[in-house]
Design a protein around this ligand. Structure first.
Ligand code: NDP
Length: 442
């Protein structure tokens, strides 16, 4: 049986692009289909533009701290300039991705892919066949079905608001909610952060989540907990969120209430590809679906929803398929960062997870004001915490909430993944004066 392609990838996001170009590099005939720009959520409407906005927001604090160092800065923020430069940067990255694909010899087919049979995908009214097919369609924001849903924006629109609003209500207490709350707050928008539970950042270490929540409040974010928004109404003054706690008024309402897999239009059930009740593609350890020649990587099939995880899954998959690769992604000790302000870098177990798994654990924490803010009126503090198995001395988890938390944890994450012990940690000499040195002296 001959096919048009050895590999057809559906979705040109981080995981799909990596898999396509590596497979082409192994001499395979590869096509990738995409209806939007190339780069996926991360590059176009996720990590990259969000991080650019985070940088923009951080200047506020730096300008404030600068006064103590002798600088007299007259600053004025211009939202259209940021939007315009962000768009240019995304176009530049889109161009790089396009070059990566064409230099590798991958054919780009514009349009949505939809399965016709196990080896055939329809794209723009034309059928394409392939020996193997990779689903890498990612995810999309979900908003609960409440009255006034049409007035609600998601992270997709938040990155392209024509004007910076005077006020915004953000619903949710996860990554996206707290990241955007920090961005808008620093840019001068009055922010209500509404969360249905008691404590935002569920799943993070409790002490870290509490510290972060307190820091966000001190930075000026109005956090409303135990509050469920039940409807959004439009009035002449703006939008009103009706809830079980109060009427919450703002110019913009933004829900960051989770994401769902992009599988709706793929016609998966017709060809016998199993999905979970939440729409995610069911995959085995080798990324194969219920059809042995069809695979899936990234947010469309995993719980981690992190770009580097999708890239690793795609890369190792084609290594195994076409280059005798033997490696599988490992999902323990994945370092991750919430780009809130202050930011949260974390790797490994929370205190609660460690207690549930091991009989004897010990936690070490330190809270301090980073030197760069010490002389200034910026009151932001840093929390560092490690969770240790007292019986084996292994460091089970490390958490930083403070400036550069992500950069710090990326480095320590390497050691944690290799089974770092508390004794080894303390045998390392610190770099003085840094914030990170605190972690080797706890
Ligand atoms: P999360 O799953 O992190 O958070 C969703 C939030 O919405 C939770 O606080 C949840 O509450 C709340 N929620 C869910 N459903 C409802 C509802 N019906 N009504 C009210 N509140 C609701 O999702 P995000 O959208 O923030 O992010 C999605 C994923 O994307 C993240 O989990 C992460 O993996 C990834 N991501 C990673 C980033 C990074 O690495 N920096 C940045 C952005 C996203 P509850 O806690 O009660 O469930």
């Amino acid at each position: 049986m001959t096919y048009d392609y050895d590999l057809l990838v559906i979705g040109a996001g981080s995981g799909g692009v990596r898999a396509a170009r590596i497979a082409a590099g192994y001499g395979k005939k590869v096509a990738i289909c995409e209806s939007d720009k190339v780069g996926g959520t991360c590059v176009i409407r996720g990590c990259v533009p969000k991080k650019l906005f985070v940088y923009a927001a951080q200047y506020k604090k730096m300008f404030k701290a600068a006064e103590a160092f002798g600088w007299d800065i007259q600053s004025q923020f211009n939202w259209p300039t940021l939007l315009n430069n962000k768009d240019q940067e995304i176009n530049r990255l889109n161009g790089i991705y396009l070059n990566l694909l064409s230099n590798a010899g991958v054919e780009l087919i514009k349009g949505f892919g939809s399965f016709v049979d196990a080896h055939t995908v329809a794209i723009g009214g034309k059928n394409y066949t392939a020996d193997k097919i990779l689903i890498a369609t990612g995810g999309t924001p979900t908003v609960p079905d409440i009255p006034g849903k049409q007035h609600i924006i998601t992270s997709n629109e938040a990155l392209d608001l024509k004007q910076l609003p005077a006020s915004i209500t953000i619903n949710g207490g996860g990554y996206i909610a707290v990241e955007f709350a920090g961005i808008f707050n620093a840019l001068g928008v009055a922010v209500n952060l509404v969360y249905r539970g008691q404590q935002i950042l569920r799943g993070f270490d409790d002490e870290v989540a509490q510290f972060a929540q307190q820091s966000f409040v001190e930075a000026g974010i109005n956090i409303i907990t135990d509050c469920e928004i039940t409807a959004v109404e439009k009035t002449e003054q703006g939008l009103v969120c009706k809830s079980n706690c109060a009427d919450i008024h703002s110019e913009v309402v933004f829900f960051a209430t989770g994401r769902q897999a992009n599988t709706e239009h793929l016609n998966l059930s017709k060809v016998g590809i199993s999905t979970q009740p939440n729409g995610q593609v069911v995959v085995a350890k080798d990324q194969s679906t219920s059809l042995p020649n069809v695979f899936a990587v990234g947010d469309v099939c995993n719980q981690n929803n992190l770009t580097p995880v999708a890239i690793r899954e795609g890369h190792y998959l084609v290594n195994r398929l076409y280059a005798n690769g033997k490696q599988f992604p490992e999902y323990d000790f994945i370092p991750t960062t919430v780009f809130s302000q202050p930011e949260i870098g974390t790797c490994g177990m929370t205190e609660a997870q460690a207690k549930a798994e091991y009989p004897n654990i010990e936690c070490f924490t330190s809270t301090f004001r980073a030197m760069k803010y010490a002389m200034s009126e910026v009151n932001e503090k840093t929390l560092m915490k490690i969770v240790v198995n007292s019986d084996t001395d292994q460091v089970l988890g490390m958490h930083v909430c403070g400036a550069d938390g992500g950069e710090i944890i990326q480095g320590f994450g390497v050691a944690l993944k290799q089974g770092l012990t508390k004794t080894q940690l303390n045998s390392t000499i610190g770099i003085h004066p840094t914030s990170a040195e605190e972690l080797v002296t706890l």
